[in-house]
Ligand binder design. Structure first.
Ligand code: FAD
Ligand code: DHB
Length: 392
């Protein structure tokens, strides 16, 4: 078995793993990334689209802000629509901050390009990744690549391998506490090369269910509708999708819409999940490997970035000052922000979706809450503060 040594072994080349790799590289800390898929596969996954300012700052710090600065859209507000009545939440006026519309795919591509350029090692198509000795002081990772078994020795392992990865599963079950809420619906998402008929994102609560009008650029839209969990993409022709979307978003927006063929269509289930603590021995979990939020608050990707920031600070303190204080605090610091995002994402999801088994009382309370949000600048400010992202 051929062996290599690095300081930090990063499992997973999603946004969390790639961002951590780039920050560490710029700080002179050596890291190797192991990813089970191909780069093309990783880039083909269409996911999040809204970045908080803290995430943008980290991308700048990682040296990958150039294309984002040139191409991303800055939004000073977001709309909530309830049964075709719309209310703008003026993020900039209410809280003095904006959000950045830039696809997760683009962010991932920028990080991949930067990594290639600096010559740091990433192993794609790493199969049968296994973690060893994580409760000791010299952990290692074994994997198969090109039919050859390899071993990576390291000081630390960063588990950035998403919710189905191997890292969290390598921690003895009795050492983790999990919290979960499964929602009784999914999101059907469509990407299409047509100009958006909206200036800012619209989160729609309608009697037919939730919808979201989003975008990637001035020529590309990303739209979602709430759908039953057992629906399949094949049941949703483009025509059916756009008809349903228009009914939910309402006639005022619908008449201005240009329709085009979908270039991607997928269904994602909605779930809240947290596994605590985020550390076991020399293994640190970050991003979806440790927690999942429903997409309604646009928090998943941003949480992955804030975990990475805290972990990066901890690793840096270890290598520069030989102190493990910040690493020891990683789980507590990250979880504080994680639970705030879990709460906000759960609240947005509950407020805006149609729950199949909702009773009359719950429906009236939900309507009252929406009414309150529409009428209260204070309630709007609370939404705005959370939507733009709580401070790191
Ligand atoms: P991931 O992006 O999942 O990356 C993990 C990487 O690890 C992957 O490349 C995977 O191939 C790799 N990996 C897995 N197992 C192994 C292994 N054993 N060995 C090596 N590598 C491994 N968030 C939003 O804010 N808005 C959205 O609209 C939105 N939509 C989403 C839709 C879907 C279908 C999903 C799954 C998530 C969505 N999210 C959304 C959440 C957001 O995309 C994630 O929070 C974000 O991708 C987290 O980044 P990550 O790097 O932690 O994990
Ligand atoms: C997008 C996805 C989200 O979950 C969200 O809250 C906002 C935007 C998007 O894909 O554009």
């Amino acid at each position: 078995m051929s062996g290599v040594r690095t300081q930090v072994a990063i499992i997973g080349a999603g946004p969390a793993g790639l961002l951590l790799g780039q920050l560490l590289h710029r700080a002179g800390v050596d890291a190797v990334i192991l990813e089970q898929r191909t780069p093309e596969y990783v880039l083909s996954r269409i996911r999040a689209g809204v970045l908080e300012q803290g995430t943008v700052n980290l991308l700048e710090q990682a040296g990958v802000g150039k294309r984002l600065r040139a191409e991303a859209l800055t939004h000073g507000g977001v709309e909530i629509a309830v049964n075709h009545r719309r209310r703008r939440i003026a993020l900039q006026d209410l809280i003095g901050k904006t959000v950045t519309v830039y696809g997760q795919t683009e962010m991932t591509r920028d990080l991949m390009d930067a990594r290639k350029e600096c010559g740091a090692t990433s192993v794609y198509e790493a199969e049968s990744v296994q973690l060893h000795g994580i409760d000791g002081t010299s952990p290692s990772v074994t994997y198969t690549h090109d039919g050859e078994q390899r071993r990576l020795e390291c000081d630390f392992i960063a588990g950035c391998d998403g919710c189905h990865g191997v890292s969290r599963r390598s921690i003895p079950q009795e050492k983790l506490t999990s919290y979960e809420r499964v929602y009784p619906f999914g999101w059907l998402g469509v990407l299409a090369d047509v100009p958006p008929a909206w200036d800012e994102l619209i989160y729609v609560s309608s009697e037919r269910g939730f919808a979201l009008a989003s975008m990637r650029s001035a020529t590309r839209v990303r739209c979602y509708v709430q759908c039953p969990l057992d629906d399949h993409v094949e049941q949703w022709s483009d025509e059916r999708f756009w008809d349903e979307f228009k009914l939910r978003v309402g006639p005022e927006v619908a008449v201005r819409m240009t329709i085009g063929p979908s270039i991607e269509k997928s269904i994602a289930p909605l779930r809240s999940f947290v596994a605590e603590p985020l550390r076991f021995g020399r293994l640190y979990l970050a991003g979806d490997a440790a927690h999942i939020v429903p997409p309604t608050g646009a928090k998943g990707l941003n949480l992955a970035a804030s975990d990475v920031f805290y972990l990066y600070e901890g690793l840096l303190e270890f290598y520069v000052e030989r102190s493990s204080r910040a690493l020891d605090e990683y789980s507590t610091r990250a979880l504080h922000r994680v639970w705030q995002a879990v709460r906000f994402s759960w609240w947005m999801t509950t407020l805006l979706h149609h729950f199949p088994n909702e009773d009359a009382f719950a429906a009236r309370v939900r309507a009252a809450e929406l009414d309150y949000l529409f009428g209260s600048p204070l309630a709007q400010r609370v939404l705005a503060e959370n939507y733009v992202g709580l401070p790191l």
